[in-house]
Design a binder for this molecule. Structure first.
Ligand SMILES: *Cc1c(COP(=O)(O)O)cnc(C)c1O
Length: 387
């Protein structure tokens, strides 16, 4: 056993609470959750219509500063809706990081569009915007109606920035590149509630964005998500598509297109309302955890704690230990040893361009992603860890 892996375990055991197991990320229900759930049951308003859904949407819009929030059954469906209202068409290519959760690219596939994979920064899992700009200069032909990939002949209609582990992407630089190439932005803000870029909440920067409230995210509705957007017509369209495109025809049900059953149930929204009430406390505690990790690991050579980018405030959803150099053996030793002590660390996602359904997709040089695959270890990040 190398001394680095055992040093890391010692540091974690010294700094984490003395509980039997330390999950990667667990939910806590310290507020009004039970009251609101009981209310749903007592009033029998547990399903797709109810006051908590409206309230959750209102409170979420208020918190993020986005005009409209449309709650959905999960983050993946919210991404799908965001792409649909942004008019992503079959055959289009959508630029998406290779280093993200599979749902980002799956949602693109649901639109019969093609995920086109882009690289991360050399020392950060977020997308490398300079490299993207250079790449677009090589492969794009600017046409009046948009940007054409010279190699495939398809339109590159959009980019999906992902705020990986809650760290905001440099949206100003990305905005400049996208304006130049006439490419739409749809944000995957699934991990970034409570994260700000230059004082503005994530999810505010594109045509539409998506959040997730899965059980392992910063706040949870059990399962759930939301589309965020600032445009009234698009918000209406998202809600319409999420409610089986039911038209308002009184007592005669009528559906004016193929819609989806993506609406968040009231019982999930009730949980979400209670969680949102505690969000600022949760964010404070998560920042304390990140600070705890940063100072604890300062003394070890060859590893560091991933920090928030300049001009950004991160929610520190999932803390990340990053090895200075790609080292699959060391990464495995650290993962094995920590997990054998019931400290549930985890490796980063398998890069999407290496998954069977995406191996033949268009992609740029992905050398940073291929290095990061063997450099990243996610650390337990629940709200109770800095005690
Ligand atoms: C969690 C997550 C999603 C999808 O959310 P679900 O609610 O699990 O469907 C999408 N993208 C990213 C980056 C995520 O982390």
């Amino acid at each position: 056993m190398t001394s680095i892996a055992s040093n890391i375990v010692t540091i974690l055991l010294d700094n984490l609470p003395g509980q039997k197991t330390i999950p990667l990320h667990e939910p806590f229900f310290n507020g009004n959750e039970k009251n609101y759930l009981n209310d749903c049951i007592d009033t029998r308003m547990v399903s797709s219509i109810g006051a908590y859904v409206d309230r959750f949407e209102h409170d979420l819009a208020q918190f993020t500063g986005v005009r409209y929030a449309i709650a959905s059954v999960n983050g993946t469906s919210a991404l799908h809706l965001a792409l649909l209202i942004a008019d992503i068409m079959p055959g289009d290519e959508v630029l998406v990081p290779s280093l993200t959760f599979a749902a980002s690219a799956n949602a693109i596939s649901y639109c019969n569009a093609t995920p086109h994979f882009i690289d991360s920064c050399p020392d950060h899992p977020n997308m490398d915007i300079d490299k993207l700009n250079t790449y677009l200069g090589e492969i794009c032909q600017k046409k009046p109606d948009g940007c054409i990939n010279k190699i495939s002949g398809n339109k590159i209609s959009a980019v999906m920035p992902v705020h990986v582990f809650g760290h905001p992407v440099d949206m100003e630089s990305l905005g400049e590149v996208c304006e130049n190439y006439n490419i739409k932005i749809i944000e995957d803000a699934a991990e970034s509630i409570g994260s700000y870029y230059k004082g503005k909440h994530t999810g505010n920067f594109g045509i539409a964005s998506a959040m997730s409230f899965n059980g392992n995210k910063t706040i949870t509705t059990g399962g759930g998500g939301a589309v965020l957007c600032n445009d009234t017509q698009l918000a209406r369209k998202a809600k319409h598509l999420s409610t089986t495109a039911r038209a308002d025809t009184g007592l005669h049900p009528f559906h004016d297109q193929t819609g989806y059953n993506y609406r968040m149930p009231n019982i999930n929204a009730a949980l979400g309302c209670a969680q949102l009430e505690q969000l600022s406390d949760i964010l404070e505690e998560k920042r304390q955890t990140a600070n705890m990790y940063r100072s604890a690991f300062q003394s070890i050579n060859g590893v560091s704690i991933l920090w928030e980018p300049d001009h950004a405030k991160s929610n520190f959803w999932l803390n990340t230990l990053i090895l200075e150099h790609a080292d699959p053996d060391l990464q495995k030793q650290i993962l094995d040893l920590t997990n054998s002590h019931n400290i549930f660390t985890r490796a980063v996602w398998t890069p999407l361009h290496q998954l069977p359904m995406f191996v033949n997709n268009p992609k740029m040089d992905l050398s940073a992603v291929e290095q990061l695959k063997h450099r990243i270890i996610n650390l337990p990040s629940s709200r109770n860890l800095a005690g």
